[in-house]
Design a protein around this ligand. Structure first.
Ligand SMILES: [Zn+2]
Length: 170
């Protein structure tokens, strides 16, 4: 299996906010294509550019909303402009922490404003898995990882478990 350049969850780069996308050019579209490929090969629902070491506010998602409609798109400079007060706790994973899910509390509905790969401003409303995915990936652009969203106890367990997994594969 080819090695994919996805940063592990304890890489310090994942804790830094990414820079805004300013050039909506072929390089950006090539980066998004590459991210879709990496996400697909890793069988993920979302990926942020910083997870492959590129500190730009760019995410890709491929996930169904609650109506079963598949949403596969790239979002530049995504920003949550509405998050429902209603929340739900669901098992969440991250491509930077393979095969390990933890329960995270998220808003059940969000609205995200973003630019498409040509710099056109868009909004997307999400519920269900789409809402979770959008919140998780927008967090990445702000240097927040999902283990930051859970209790210290659970975070400690997740980190030590992950350290063991890494030692085994190293
Ligand atoms: Zn993630």
């Amino acid at each position: 299996m080819p090695e994919e350049p996805i940063l592990p969850i304890d890489d310090p780069r994942l804790k830094e906010p990414s820079a805004p996308v300013e050039a909506f050019d072929d390089d950006l579209r090539a980066l998004a294509d590459r991210m879709f490929g990496i996400m697909d090969r890793a069988v993920g629902a979302g990926l942020a550019a910083i997870q492959i070491g590129v500190p730009l506010r760019l995410i890709v998602i491929d996930v169904d909303d609650d109506a079963g409609v598949r949403r596969r798109l790239a979002l530049a400079n995504p920003e949550i402009v509405y998050a429902s007060r209603e929340t739900r706790v669901g098992e969440e994973g991250c491509l930077s922490m393979p095969d390990y899910g933890i329960p995270v509390e998220r808003s059940t509905r969000v609205r995200v404003r973003y630019s498409d790969l040509f710099g056109r401003e868009r909004t997307i409303d999400g519920d269900g898995n789409l809402a979770v995915c959008l919140q998780h990936e927008v967090d990445h652009t702000n240097g927040i990882i999902f283990t930051d969203r859970v209790s210290t106890l659970r975070r400690g367990r997740a980190q030590s478990r992950f350290a063991k997994v890494r030692r085994r594969v190293a």
